[in-house]
Design a protein around this ligand. Structure first.
Ligand code: FES
Length: 148
């Protein structure tokens, strides 16, 4: 089956029990998407499927024929970071960094749907992306800065 990921076509095996996360990381080398819990809880594996923040550890690849997928590698480009990436960089948000791609993918979806969120809307959108370093204050500031 074919997947369109970050604007490129890839041919991958149509396996009913293979999560997108494993295909991205192990077959396609797109290792910016992280394995955290593997159970749909932490958000480290978040990518965009047809523009929606999606947990790639819980999304079987065979359900994605014809879908457009974006990973952190395709969120911005070499000339211009996505505003969320730029804000995370400027505010030096990452500590260990493991959850950051998932955080940024969720934030990018929020801002695509709600370009000027209130603080409460931002917190509600980001609340299921966990950070084991506890960098929540910087994450919150960066998402609000990206919305400016
Ligand atoms: Fe997918 Fe934690 S690794 S939600």
């Amino acid at each position: 089956m074919e997947l369109i990921i970050n604007g490129q076509r890839y041919t991958v095996a149509d396996e009913p029990t293979r999560p997108l996360l494993y295909v991205l990381r192990d077959e396609l080398g797109l290792t910016g998407t992280k394995f955290g819990c593997g159970a749909g809880i932490c958000g480290a594996c978040t990518v965009h499927v047809n523009g929606k923040a999606t947990r790639s550890c819980q999304t079987m690849v065979h359900t994605l024929a014809g879908s457009t997928i974006t990973t952190i590698e395709g969120l911005g480009n070499a000339e211009r970071l996505h505003p969320v990436q730029q804000a995370f960089l400027e505010l030096q948000v990452p500590q260990c960094g493991w959850c950051m791609s998932g955080q940024m993918m969720t934030a990018a979806t929020l801002l695509a749907e709600t370009p000027n969120p209130t603080y409460d809307e931002m917190i509600a959108a980001m609340r299921y992306n966990y950070c084991r370093c506890g960098s929540y204050a910087r994450i919150a500031r960066a998402v609000m800065r990206a919305a400016e």
